[in-house]
Design a protein around this ligand. Structure first.
Ligand SMILES: Cc1cc2nc3c(=O)[nH]c(=O)nc-3n(C[C@H](O)[C@H](O)[C@H](O)COP(=O)(O)OP(=O)(O)OC[C@H]3O[C@@H](n4cnc5c(N)ncnc54)[C@H](O)[C@@H]3O)c2cc1C
Length: 414
């Protein structure tokens, strides 16, 4: 598929959750028209979700994210597939008690929603396919990115044609998940810190309804989350994210269903009910990775390529959407004021808006993971103290809840 123009105001590379949501935000009316191209390596079509990020995982969408999705007109397609989180029960394996947070305490109807990635993908793809203000090139891969007098030059390689085409853009938004090495090609470095863990994900069927409770449990081997899902064929379901040391993951993945369920039941306890079935399993390596530069003239990094977080705190996409909404507002403001959308001073303005939110969110999810993953007995005492602290000190619990709700990012008006 050949692009219609030689130059664009904005080209987004990657139509995963983040690139697709940004495309919707940039075309959210009314605004001065923008020549916008979205390039995706997988085929994007209505009714399907073939991009690699729309796999068997589920995502916790914070209340702040749901507000943004409503604003963009995306929520009504996702809502039927969304399970409400009314309570979050945090506990530590081997210790009594724990922390409970609930929606009434926070003064909201939901602390968040859980949606299967495939349903998020279908909603986004339907919106992209119907979007008249957007040119979509898929399946097309960006193979090279070079600084250019007009901003950036991109080499596009269609999945169907052997030839490659060059286009330029005043601003390129890399939202390719860190999958293609384009940022590295430009000499951008990453701070990487492996957790030495993998996350096993699967859907599980239980003997009882989840009653809107999300369970977060910390075990000596790593954190475990069981998240509410909408029922399927009359089955009560929850989405599992279960971390294991790197070298133990393959063994757990390969267990027969009954042994897998018995091991999981041991780790998560009985509070959610008896585990009856487990669906398709997959695993993901867990690394905290943050790009050392998230913008340059005519370039912004968004989503996983900018920051990849441990999934247990459910913050990766929520944070990336806040970054994307702030960027969309910045671009639209530049257009209204007649500035180039890729000018470094404008992008620096965006960075100043999101930097603090990123720092806080990354520290929160990393700190929580490290504190609750370590089997060290001294840390176990601290963990117990931490739980009690959360219960006893409303301001600390309030901060924890605020992070879960996702309302602390920059205030954005499109
Ligand atoms: C187990 C797990 C659970 C998680 N749970 C949560 C959660 O509950 N809440 C939360 O907020 N976050 C969660 N996350 C994080 C969340 O999944 C990510 O933040 C999010 O998927 C990042 O999306 P992305 O669009 O940046 O990248 P991707 O999903 O990787 O999308 C990148 C897209 O770019 C395309 N692409 C790649 N290279 C090229 C190229 N050269 N040219 C064109 N296209 C290209 C790819 O095909 C792909 O479609 C979780 C992560 C994991 C691993």
């Amino acid at each position: 598929m050949i692009p219609q123009h030689a130059h664009y105001d904005v080209i987004i590379v990657g139509a995963g959750m983040v690139g697709a949501a940004l495309a919707c935000a940039l075309t959210h009316a009314p605004a001065p028209p923008l020549k916008l191209l979205l390039v995706e390596a997988s085929r994007v079509q209505t009714g399907k979700a073939e991009q690699p990020g729309f796999d068997a995982r589920s995502t916790v969408l914070s209340a702040g994210t749901v507000d943004y999705l409503k604003l963009l007109g995306l929520w009504q397609t996702m809502a039927p597939s969304a399970a409400v989180i009314e309570k979050i029960a945090v506990s530590d394996q081997g210790h009594f008690g724990g922390v409970q947070m609930d929606n009434r305490e926070a003064g909201v109807t939901a602390l968040g929603h859980v949606v299967e990635n495939a349903a998020i993908g279908r909603a986004l793809n339907a919106a992209l396919s119907q979007n008249q203000q957007l040119e979509l090139c898929s399946p097309v891969q960006v193979t090279k990115l070079t600084p250019h007098v007009q901003g950036m030059q991109l080499a596009l390689q269609s999945g169907e044609a052997a030839t490659s085409v060059n286009v330029t853009a005043s601003l390129v938004v890399l939202a390719e998940g860190g999958r293609s090495g384009l940022a590295q090609q430009l000499g951008i470095h990453f701070n990487q810190n492996s957790y030495g863990q993998r996350a096993i994900i699967a859907n599980v069927a239980l003997s009882q309804p989840h009653r809107g409770i999300a369970y977060e449990r910390f075990t000596a081997k790593g954190p475990l989350a069981l998240l509410p899902l909408t029922p399927h064929r009359g089955r009560h379901r929850m989405a599992l994210v279960w971390t294991h040391p790197e070298d133990e993951t393959d063994g757990v993945l390969a267990l027969p269903d009954t042994e897998f369920l018995a091991k999981l039941q041991h780790d998560c306890g009985q509070r959610a009910g008896t585990l009856l079935h487990v669906g398709q399993r997959a695993s993901y390596p867990l690394t905290l990775q943050v790009a050392e530069e998230q913008y340059r003239p005519a370039l912004v990094l968004l989503g996983n390529v900018a920051h990849t977080l441990h999934p247990v705190a459910g913050q990766g996409f929520n944070l990336a959407l806040r970054d994307a909404m702030a960027l969309a507002a910045n671009v639209r403001q530049s257009r209204r004021e007649g500035h180039s959308v890729g000018h470094s001073s404008r992008l620096q303005g965006w960075w100043h808006q999101v930097e603090q939110d990123q720092g806080r969110t990354i520290s929160f999810s990393d700190g929580m993971t490290r504190l609750f993953s370590n089997p060290n007995p001294a840390l176990s005492v601290l963990r117990k103290g931490g739980m009690a602290g959360l219960e006893l000190l409303p301001p600390i619990k309030g901060l924890f809840m605020q992070q879960a709700l996702g309302y602390h990012g920059p205030s954005v008006r499109l």
